[in-house]
Ligand binder design. Structure first.
Ligand SMILES: [Zn+2]
Length: 415
């Protein structure tokens, strides 16, 4: 057992001073607020918890920054997706391992406590009948750098709404429901030290309602369920044309959506969809830097906050790997759209950095199914130590960490 004394620490209930913690095997065993430092304590000044990363397509890190040129006058999400498919179809097992290992290492360095890996590059380049190896490679890469992972193998069956057949460039993503359940079965025997599995549907474009029901009926009912929900207006329109309903509306009419669900890119919502998500306790999976990079749209944060909606953040395409940067982008997108300042906060927590950080840790923990909930007994003792040469209190230091660049941050896993 090792002990530490934090002068200020961001606990789930807010900032506390003089926090003494005991840690064993990387988890908090005891926490005392308003404590006195003991001689054997290691003393740290301003401490925040690391951040769960709720959405990752790890292979896409290999193209970060390489699609920032105009290839045709109407470049958008869909033309980016064509480039991304070219990358996916080139990647082999060893490239996937190296990319994942490097990317997960960067996540650890920049303050992510864990990752939910939304994995759909199933089939091997050389042996397309093998859909197990890549999932194992990803688990191994996370294990090798010591990053906590919830692997979300993705069911991907169709190219578009109405069960359109996959294009040749989507073949490596394809699984039948039987293959999908077989993959999950196999992976349960491959999990190392706390690795978890979850259920994942690519989108309402890529799977049918019947397939989703079949998977949900044949998987544990305490696993998280992730799905891309409403990233692009074109997919919202396609679903309306096919079903008469918008994506969130349609999902809730077909499934019992609850706290297990993470609705990734819940970008395009109307007021009743915002209420549906908030009331169900599901988590909106926001990826502000990727959503900005791809021109997706702006999440309706004020209305969602008003309904006490929950959210987590993900680095998705890994255009940048920086949890503070994701939160800054989330707040700045609101400021630009609303012509206001300090949007993501409330009367209880007026400091935007603290409000965003705590909300994103809580929402992220809920749909990771991992003990990554911050400075609390039983949770992983992964912290970020903040340091500044200017005199400022802890709240100001976290705000300055999110919004400015003169606060130094160091990610530490306490032993
Ligand atoms: Zn995604």
């Amino acid at each position: 057992m090792n002990s530490y004394f934090f002068k200020s620490a961001l606990l789930p209930e807010g900032w506390q001073n003089n926090v003494r913690v005991e840690v064993d095997q990387g988890k908090y065993q005891q926490i005392e607020v308003g404590a006195k430092p003991q001689p054997r304590d290691q003393q740290l000044t301003v401490v925040i918890p690391q951040m769960p990363n709720i959405h990752s397509h790890v292979f896409q890190r290999a193209m970060a920054g390489l699609s920032e040129y105009r290839a045709n006058a109407s470049d958008d999400f869909w033309s980016w997706r064509d480039l991304m498919y070219r990358l996916a179809n080139e990647m082999d097992e060893s490239q996937l391992y190296q990319t994942a290992r490097n990317c997960y290492h960067e996540m650890k360095q920049t303050g992510y406590s864990s990752v939910c890996e939304f994995h759909y590059l199933h089939r091997q380049k050389q042996q397309p009948e093998d859909y197990l190896t890549h999932a194992k490679v990803i688990l191994q890469a996370a294990h090798d750098v010591g990053l906590t992972i919830t692997l979300l193998p993705v069911l991907y069956a169709y190219a578009g709404v109405g069960e359109q057949p996959l294009s040749p460039s989507q073949r490596r993503f394809e699984l039948s429901v039987a293959e999908y359940l077989d993959l999950l079965d196999n992976l349960q025997g491959c999990l190392q030290d706390g690795q978890q599995l979850g259920v994942c549907f690519h989108s309402l474009r890529a799977v049918s309602v019947a397939q989703m029901h079949e998977v949900l009926a044949n998987t544990p009912n305490d696993w998280p369920v992730h799905i891309h929900i409403a990233e692009q207006q074109a997919e919202v329109q396609a679903l309306i044309e096919h079903t008469g309903k918008r994506p969130v509306e349609f999902l809730y009419s077909e499934f019992d959506v609850n706290k297990r669900w993470c609705l990734v890119h819940a970008t395009h919502l109307n007021d009743s969809e915002i209420r549906l998500i908030a009331d169900s306790g599901a988590v909106a999976g926001l990826c502000p830097l990727t959503e900005a990079n791809l021109g997706d749209g702006i999440f309706p944060m004020p209305a969602f906050m008003q309904q006490s909606g929950r959210f987590g953040i993900g680095s998705d395409s890994h255009i940048e790997i920086n949890p503070a940067g994701e939160l800054k982008m989330l707040e700045y997108s609101q400021r630009l759209a609303l012509l206001q300042r300090n949007v993501c906060c409330d009367g209880q927590q007026p400091n935007v950095g603290s409000w965003l950080w705590l909300q994103a840790v809580a929402g992220g923990t809920q749909i990771s199914n991992q003990a990554v909930g911050g400075v609390a007994v039983g949770q992983q003792a992964d912290i970020i130590l903040l340091q500044s040469e200017q005199p400022m209190n802890a709240e100001q230091m976290l705000d300055a960490y999110v919004f400015s660049d003169h606060v130094k941050a160091k990610s530490i896993s306490l032993k």
